[in-house]
Design a binder for this molecule. Structure first.
Ligand code: C5P
Length: 217
C-alpha cells in the first residue's frame, strides 16, 4: 500500500462507456469495461485522495472509500455530472470512452422492422474533455486517454494539443493484452512538454499507480 501522499487532493475520474439509446430496446455503445478508470479510482483512494468517480454502465463494483459515486448512462448525462463537480477538483482524469454521437431521434416506442434498410441520423455529442480544457483553472491538472488503432503517436499527440490536457495516456487498442476489456494495459505517456514514456504491458492496477506518480511529479 502506498503512502497517503495524495491526502487532501481532490480527484475527478470518469470511467466506462456511455450508452446512447435508439429506442427503449436498443442503444449505441463501445467496448469500454471501465477497468482502467476504476483502477485509477482505487489507487487514488489508497493514496488518501478525495475521489469522485463518474461512471457509465459497467459490470464492476463501486470502489470502497469514494467521496462521491455518480452513475450515468449517456454522454450528455456525463457532461452534466462533470460540469457539476469539476470546479473544486485538483486533478481530472478522463478515462471514459464517451460516445461521440447519439441518435438524433429517440423513439419512445420500439422501432418496428421492415424489409428495407434503415438509416440512422446521429448528432454530435459534446466533447467533455475539450470543454474541461477550455475552462481549466490554473491549479488543475488534466489527464486524457487516447484509444487508437493506427498512427498511435501522431493521433495521441494531436489530441493532447487539441484538448488542452497536461498528460495524455495513449493506448493501442489493437493489442489483445491492452485497451478495452483487458486486465492488463500497455500505454505511452505523453506530457505537455512533449516528454514520452513507453511503458511495458502490466496490470491496470499497477499502471494506475504509475499514472498517479506521473501526475504528482
Ligand atoms: O474520443 P477521443 O479519442 O477524442 O477521446 C480522447 C479523450 O477525450 C478521452 O480522455 C475521453 O475520455 C475524452 N472524451 C470526452 N468526451 C467525448 C469524447 C472523448 O471527454 N465526447
Amino acid at each position: 500500500v502506498k503512502d497517503k501522499i495524495m491526502t487532501g487532493q481532490k480527484v475527478l475520474i470518469t470511467a466506462g462507456p456511455t450508452r446512447e439509446a435508439i429506442d427503449p430496446v436498443r442503444y449505441l455503445t463501445n467496448h469500454s469495461s471501465g477497468k482502467m478508470g476504476y483502477a485509477l479510482a482505487k489507487a487514488a483512494i489508497q493514496r488518501g485522495a478525495d475521489v469522485t468517480l463518474i461512471t457509465g454502465p459497467v459490470h464492476l463494483e463501486e470502489p470502497k472509500g469514494l467521496a462521491t459515486f455518480i452513475q450515468v448512462e449517456t454522454a450528455e448525462d456525463m457532461f452534466q455530472a462533470v460540469k457539476a463537480h469539476v470546479d473544486h477538483q485538483d486533478i481530472i482524469i478522463k478515462s471514459a470512452a464517451v460516445a461521440d454521437y447519439r441518435p438524433a431521434i429517440y423513439h419512445q416506442q420500439k422501432m418496428k422492422k421492415s424489409d428495407e434498410d434503415l438509416v440512422l441520423t446521429l448528432n454530435r455529442n459534446p466533447d467533455i474533455l475539450k470543454w474541461i480544457g477550455m475552462h481549466k483553472k490554473p491549479h488543475q491538472f488534466i489527464v486524457g486517454f487516447a484509444a487508437e488503432t493506427n498512427d498511435i503517436m501522431e493521433n495521441g499527440v494531436s489530441k493532447l494539443k487539441a484538448k488542452g490536457t497536461d498528460l495524455m495516456i495513449i493506448n493501442d487498442i489493437t493489442r489483445s493484452d491492452a485497451g478495452f476489456q483487458s486486465d492488463t494495459n500497455q500505454v505511452i505517456l505523453v506530457s505537455k512538454k512533449g516528454e514520452q514514456q513507453q511503458l511495458p504491458v502490466m496490470p491496470k492496477s499497477q499502471l494506475a499507480h504509475i499514472i498517479l506518480d506521473n501526475i504528482i511529479a
